[in-house]
Design a protein around this ligand. Sequence first.
Ligand SMILES: NC(=O)CC[C@H](N)C(=O)O
Length: 231
Amino acid sequence: MKFAVIVFPGSNCDIDCYKAVEEAIGQEVDYVWHTATDLSAYDAILVPGGFSYGDYLRCGAIARFAPVMAEVVKAAEQGKYVLGICNGFQILTEAGLLPGALLRNSGLKFLCHQAPLEVVNNETAFTNQYAKGEIVNIPIAHGEGNYFCDEETLAKLEANNQIVFRYAQGSNPNGSLSDIAGICNERGNVVGMMPHPERAINQLLGSEGGKRMFTSILNAWREQHGAAVNS
Ligand SMILES: NC(=O)CC[C@H](N)C(=O)O
């Protein structure tokens, strides 16, 4: 299985994502610069965190016009796995691949700490190795992680089981609507989340709560391609 980690000017979690793929699942992974116009070689696309183009406008609002984004949209339409983490989540909402928007944190401060998350949907390609309702610790690091959408969109997200993670145990750090920490598209092959699973793949980093997101993706890909699950 082959992963692409998209790199924008200002990305700062690209190396963490690359290392997480190597360390957690030992699969092939390339950095792909924002000017790239072909992602056909890849099975999964990671859109990492950071401050793309400085985030001088709304976070992700410039990045979504990068040449590579047309390819990310194409990959999503083809059913490939697309995971947007933090700034990556913001970029995917700006690109229209996921509904809603990320607003300034309600406390107006950049927040950087471990966050307990509830796995709400464990049926996605990104969460199949977790139990439903399981609480995992995955760190957050953002200034604009306050998820918002209109009532109709929220009702749709709930009805289609598109809420993947919620901030658990009354811990909502940023004012996010319905405690939402991560969502998927209707088809389930695109996930966006504010917490950083790539920073939680080894106890040495403070938590390995994010590691199974990577094993989940590999597991889903192998099932889709008829390979034995743990081979
Ligand atoms: N770690 C990140 O990706 C940060 C995303 C964005 N720049 C924010 O502060 O919300």
